[in-house]
Ligand binder design. Sequence first.
Ligand SMILES: Cc1cc2nc3c(=O)[nH]c(=O)nc-3n(C[C@H](O)[C@H](O)[C@H](O)COP(=O)(O)OP(=O)(O)OC[C@H]3O[C@@H](n4cnc5c(N)ncnc54)[C@H](O)[C@@H]3O)c2cc1C
Length: 458
Amino acid sequence: MLGSALRPGPGRDTTDVAVIGAGLAGLAAAHHLTASGLRVTVLEAAGTVGGRMATEEIDGYLLDRGGRLLPSDWPELSRCPGLERLSLRPFSGVLVHSGDRALRITPPRAQRAPRGPRAGGGRTGARAAASALAGARRPLSGTLDLARLRAQLARLAATPSERLRTRPELPAAQALAARGLPARTVEGLLRPLLGALLCDPDLTTSSRVGDLVLRGFARGGLCLPAGGAAAVPGLLAAGLPQGTVRTGVRAVSVSTNAVVTHGHGTVRCRAVLIATGAHDAAELLPGLRVPDFHPVTVLHHAVDERAPTAGPQLLIDADRRGPVAYTMVASAVDPSRARPGRALVTSVVLGSAAGLPAGELDRAARAQLAVLYGAPTGRWNLLAAHHDARAVPAMPAPHDPGRPVRVLDGLYVCGDHRDTSGPDGALRSARRAADAIRRDFGIGPLTREDGGPLSAVA
Ligand SMILES: Cc1cc2nc3c(=O)[nH]c(=O)nc-3n(C[C@H](O)[C@H](O)[C@H](O)COP(=O)(O)OP(=O)(O)OC[C@H]3O[C@@H](n4cnc5c(N)ncnc54)[C@H](O)[C@@H]3O)c2cc1C
C-alpha cells in the first residue's frame, strides 16, 4: 500500500510513474516499479514494444532487425523480474577465418558438456575458459595464437569485473597493441573477435568496456534468444499488469508531473522516466548528451538446407575480404527462426560499409559468404537488409557506464546511452533509474548496486 505522498492526483490519465519508451530499458523499469507497488504507464510511440530489439516475420522466417550477439553470462538478466522464462540458445563456438587458417574458439559451456566420467566436473569459469579453445584447421602458428588467446581470456574470466572497471582506460585498439601479444594474434584473432562483440571494427571503444565484454565471452560464450530478439521485450511486456503499456502514443513534451502526447492528451503522474534512445531523449530533455553511434546493417538470406552450413557457430572474417564482419546460420542456433527444411543465414555488416546500398552489400556479401561457408551462394534468397545508423551508442574512452539517471526530483532518464551499449546496459540503467525514483518516493529498499550519483544529468 502506498503512502499518501505516492497516490496520484485526480484526473482521467493518472499514474505514479509515466515511462516513455517500451524498449528493454522502459519495460524493465516498469517491472521494477510495479514490483514496488507503484502504478506505471508506459507510453510507446511505435505500434509494438521492443524498440531496437525487434524481430519481423517474413515468409515463415524470424528476422532480427539487429544481428544481436548476447553473452550467455548476462548478469542483469537474473536481476530483471519478468525474464525468468527467457530461453537462450547457445552458439557452440566461434570460427575465425584468418589467412589460410580457420581457428575455432569454443566457449566454456561446450567444454562442460558431458563427454566422459571426468568431463566438466567442478571446473571454475576461469579454468574452463583456459581449456576452452580448440583449432579447427590449424597450422602450428594457429595453435600458438590460440594458446595466447586462451591465456588472455582465462585471465579476464578470472578477474573480478570491479577490478576491470578500475584499469587504465585507452581506446581498445591501443590497449590490445600494448598487451605484448604478436601482431598476428591480435590482428588475426583478438581484434576481429572484439570488433564483432562491440559492433566496433575500429575498436575506438573504451578498453575497460572491451575487457568486460571479452570477460563475458570467456565466461559463458554467446547465445541468441529463442524466437528472436523480440522475445526479450515481449516477455517483459507480457509480465506487466494489463493496460500498463500503451503503444502508438508519442510523448512530445515532459515535466516532472505530466507527459503531453501527440493526439492522446496529457498523462498526469508523480514522476516521468524517459527511456527512449539518446536522440529522442534529447528532444524531450534539451541539453542531454547524445553520443556518436556505430551503424549496423543486417542481411538475412534464406538457404536451401542441403547447402553446407557451419552448424551453430559464429563465423568471423578476420581478413575482411568483403563487407560482412560476422555471420551465422541463425536457424542452426535457434531452429524456430527458419521454415522447416530451410535455413536462415544472418550476416552483419559493421563500420562504414554498413552505409552502402543494400543491393551492393548483397552482391559483395555473397562472394564473401561463399568462401566462409565453402558453398555456392548464388541461389540464396535475400529476405531483408536492415540498416540502422544509430544501432549502438559509441563508448570511447573515457566512458562512464554509470551516467546519472536522475535529472531532478520527478524527472529521470535511462537507456543504453546512460550505461553500456547493449541489452545489459539498458537493463542496468533501468534498475538504477527505478531505484532513484523509489528513493525519491521514500519507498522500498535500494538495490545493492544502485549508485547513479544524484547529480545533474549531462
Ligand atoms: C541493428 C542493431 C544491432 C545491434 N546489435 C547489438 C549487438 O550485437 N550487441 C548489443 O549488445 N547490442 C546491440 N544493439 C543494441 C541494443 O539493441 C540496444 O542497446 C538496446 O535494445 C537498447 O534498449 P533501450 O530500451 O535503451 O532503447 P530502445 O530499444 O531504442 O527503446 C526506446 C523506445 O522508445 C520509443 N520512443 C522513442 N521516442 C519516443 C517518444 N517520444 N514517445 C514514446 N516512445 C518513444 C522507441 O520507439 C523505442 O521503442 C543493436 C541494435 C541495433 C538496432
